[in-house]
Design a protein around this ligand. Sequence first.
Ligand code: DC
Length: 224
Amino acid sequence: MGNRLIITIDGPAGAGKSTVAARLAERLGVAYLDTGAMYRAVTLVAMEKNVPLDDNTALARIAEQSVIDVTFEEGQSRIRLDGREVTDEIRSPLVTEQAHYPAGAAEVREQLVRRQREIGRRLGSLVTEGRDQGTVVFPEARFKFYIDASPECRARRRKQQLREQGVEISYEEVRAAQRQRDQRDTNRQVGPLKPAEDAIIVDTSEMTLEEVVEKLYQIVSECM
Ligand code: DC
């Protein structure tokens, strides 16, 4: 693959984006960038250092000063924070619940968007996943996908994912937390969740993740 190939995958939580992005990247032989992990890493540092989560200036300083290393190894995203492995820690329900603070701070987004573009420049080709990848970070991307699914389906998947992590939460609780996250993601002033005008929208409610990967792979390989 001589030319630069940037593929963006955006969409709400629980639509299956991460798994699809990682598998698509593997199949295409390019890197996968999990941008949500960067917002989660900033959240984790703030929580550990007892930095008030509504102090945007302090959060931006964390984003600027922390070494957040997001790599793709053996089909998995791995996150190191100042050299420390935090891949699992940043997925905790507490971090998940608080991550909207840095995500809603314009100063933090500015820092992380800059880093994401740097990573894009360095790697050349990648599948990058988040909320604003096609709209803000890589508007020039060759392929933009917006992965969606019904709220019920996303809540079911999330519940299953939590169970696999050993966390038992009722469907109703998962659904309520998701509703709140959706609202925050779509209504924030900076980098809100929305499909790019030229995004291909894929509803995965009735599809297995393998089918979604196959569909995206077909679209990409047909148009190359
Ligand atoms: O995709 P995720 O659940 O790992 O995202 C974690 C948080 O970061 C969530 O609150 C949404 C936010 N996020 C964002 O605002 N922009 C991105 N590009 C990726 C994630």
